[in-house]
Design a protein. Structure first.
Length: 54
């Protein structure tokens, strides 16, 4: 697996993915909470510390 700097343009896709996965497995409320957590983590983490797999 190769890592690259995270593209902030992908934030909505990443957030929606986590929200959907957790909604499917744990329920809609949990999915929303995880989506909010992922969003907050992306927003509050320095850009240099965010990576994505290619």
């Amino acid at each position: 697996m190769q890592l690259a700097q995270f593209d902030s343009g992908q934030s909505p896709v990443v957030i929606a993915h986590f929200q959907q996965v957790f909604s499917d497995s744990e329920g809609e409320t949990e999915g929303r909470l995880i989506g909010e957590l992922v969003s907050e983590l992306i927003q509050t983490t320095k850009a240099d510390d965010l990576y994505q797999s290619d």
